[in-house]
Design a protein around this ligand. Structure first.
Ligand code: AMP
Ligand code: GLY
Length: 415
C-alpha cells in the first residue's frame, strides 16, 4: 500500500518509523516532512494546509491511505475534502475536530455528555469574564477559545493575572483568531496524564497512558512549550482509573460525537488531571499528541498500518503493548520557546540497540542535517522500566551533545 503522512514534526516521524515496519507498506510519502523523515519516506514540499495540492499528489501517487498529524489541516477540513475526493484518510472531519478547535465547544460537549471536567463559564465580553473571576477568586485558568498553538492557556495564580489574561485574549490581539471568546475554568490539581485512543464512530481502542512535560526547564519550571519530553506508560495511573477514563471520557466522547451527528474517526486524545475526585479532562485533541506519540508507538506490538485499517474497517485491532517503558527527551534550540538560531549542525548520534532518534525541527541541506525549529529532535529509549529507559536516553544525550546551541531537561522520567 502507498501511504501519505501529513505533517513535519516528531509525531509524524514517529508514525512513519512505525509504519515503515509494516509488510503492507510499499511507498511512504510525507508532506512536507523534515530532515529525518527522508530516511524512511519520500518528502514532498507541499504545505499541510494546501489541501488541493495534497489531494492532487495523493491521486497522482495512487495513495491508499493518508494519515494526518497536526490539528490545523483537520480544522481546515482535510478529511472532508479527501473523503469527497474518494480518498481514504485516517482523520476526523472538520466538525468532529472542533472538539479540539473550540475549547468552548469542548466544554459544552463535555457537560452535555456527562464527561468529568473542571467547572467553567465562557464569555465574549471582558466585563462578564472579569466579574466571574472576581467571584471565583484565584488560582483560576483562562483559556482562549480557538487554536493557539499551546499558548492560549493561562493558569493564573492571582486575580490580577487572570484579568490581564482576559484583556490579552478578548481586548488585545494576542491570539487573533483564537481570541473571540474565553473559557474561565476551575484550577484543578493533581498529576497530569494523556490518554489517546484509536476511534471510529462508537468504536474506541485506548492506548497506554503517557506523560508529557510542557515546561521548558527542570522541575516543571519556566514557560510552557510544545513539550520537552515524555514517557509511557504513566504507571502511577491505576488500572481502575484507566478503565474509568476509557469508559467515562473516551467512550462517552465517541458516543456523544455520534449522537451529535459528527462521528469521530482518528485519534482522540484526552489530557487529564488525576484529582481527588477522579480523572478530569483539561483538553481534548483530535490527533496524536506530540511528544507522547514518540514514546507510545515504540511500545506498540501491532503493525500500526494494520491497526489503522482494522479500525477503519470496524474491527478490533486487539492492541498489544510491550511490557517495557519508553522515555523521550527533547533536544531544543537555545532560547526556545523564545527566539533561537536555526541552521545549526546536529550533534553526532551514536545509538545503541534500545535507543532511537525522532526528528522534529530539522532540515536536510547539502552540508548535512541542520536545526530548523525550537524543538529539534527527541532522544528516545526503551527499557525494562522507566528509570532504565530514561538513563539510556540521557546516556546518549550526555555523551553526544556538547554544543552551547542546544539544551534539554535533565529530569524526564526521573521521578
Ligand atoms: P492545554 O493547552 O489545554 O494543554 O493546557 C496547558 C496546560 O495548562 C496543561 O498541561 C495544564 O498543566 C494546565 N491546565 C489546563 N487546564 C487546567 C485546569 N483546569 N486546571 C489546572 N491546570 C490546567
Ligand atoms: N502533548 C500535547 C499535545 O500534543 O497537544
Amino acid at each position: 500500500m502507498n501511504l501519505f503522512v501529513i505533517g513535519r514534526g516528531g509525531r509524524e516521524h514517529s508514525m512513519i518509523m512505525k509504519l515503515a515496519e509494516s509488510d503492507k507498506a510499499d511507498r511512504i510519502y510525507a508532506a512536507p516532512g523534515n530532515g529525518g523523515i527522508g530516511d524512511a519516506a519520500e518528502c514532498v514540499d507541499i504545505d499541510e494546509l494546501d489541501i488541493d495540492g495534497l489531494i492532487d499528489f495523493a491521486r497522482k501517487k495512487e495513495v491508499d491511505l493518508t494519515i494526518v498529524g497536526p490539528e490545523t489541516p483537520l480544522l481546515t477540513g482535510i478529511a472532508d475534502r479527501f473523503r469527497e475526493a474518494g480518498l481514504a484518510i485516517f482523520a476526523p472531519e472538520k466538525n468532529a475536530a472542533l472538539i479540539e478547535g473550540s475549547k468552548r465547544y469542548a466544554k459544552i460537549f463535555m457537560e452535555e455528555n456527562g464527561i468529568p471536567t473542571a467547572a467553567y463559564a465562557s464569555f465574549t465580553d471582558a466585563g462578564g469574564a472579569k466579574s466571574y473571576i472576581k467571584k471565583q477568586g484565584a488560582p483560576i485558568v483562562v483559556k482562549a477559545d480557538g487554536l493557539a498553538a499551546g499558548k492560549g492557556v493561562i493558569v493564573a495564580q492571582t486575580v490580577d493575572e487572570a484579568m490581564k489574561a482576559v484583556d490579552d485574549i478578548l481586548v488585545g490581539k494576542a491570539f487573533s483568531g483564537a481570541g473571540k471568546s474565553v473559557v474561565i475554568e476551575e484550577c484543578l490539581s493533581g498529576e497530569e496524564f494523556s490518554l489517546m485512543a484509536f476511534v471510529h464512530g462508537a468504536n474506541v481502542f485506548p492506548m497506554i497512558p503517557a506523560r508529557d512535560h510542557k515546561r521548558a526547564y527542570d522541575q516543571d519550571q519556566g514557560p510552557n512549550t510544545g513539550g520537552m519530553g515524555a514517557y509511557a506508560p504513566a504507571k502511577d495511573i491505576s488500572r481502575k482509573t484507566l478503565a474509568f477514563a476509557a469508559e467515562n471520557v473516551l467512550q462517552k466522547a465517541a458516543d456523544g460525537m455520534v449522537a451529535a451527528g459528527r462521528p469521530f474517526t482518528g485519534i482522540l486524545y484526552a489530557g487529564l488531571i488525576m484529582t481527588d475526585d477522579g480523572p478530569k479532562v483539561i483538553e481534548f485533541n483530535a490527533r496524536f499528541g506530540d511528544p507522547e506519540t514518540q514514546v507510545v508507538l515504540p511500545l506498540l506490538e501491532n503493525d500500526l498500518l494494520q491497526v489503522f485499517l482494522d479500525v477503519l474497517d470496524g474491527k478490533d485491532p486487539s492492541l498489544q503493548w510491550k511490557k517495557q517503558s519508553c522515555a523521550g527527551v527533547v533536544l531544543a534550540s537555545k532560547g526556545y520557546p523564545g527566539s533561537y538560531n536555526k541552521g545549526v549542525a546536529l550533534p553526532e548520534m551514536q545509538l545503541d540497540a534500545s535507543s532511537f532518534v525522532v526528528h522534529a525541527g530539522t532540515r536536510k541541506t547539502e552540508h548535512g542535517i541542520v536545526s530548523d525549529g525550537g524543538r529539534v529532535l527527541l532522544a528516545g529509549a526503551k527499557g525494562a522500566d522507566l528509570s532504565e529507559a530514561a538513563e539510556c536516553a540521557y546516556n546518549w544525550l550526555d555523551k553526544n551533545v556538547n554544543s552551547e546551541e542546544f539544551f534539554y531537561r535533565k529530569d524526564i522520567g526521573k521521578g
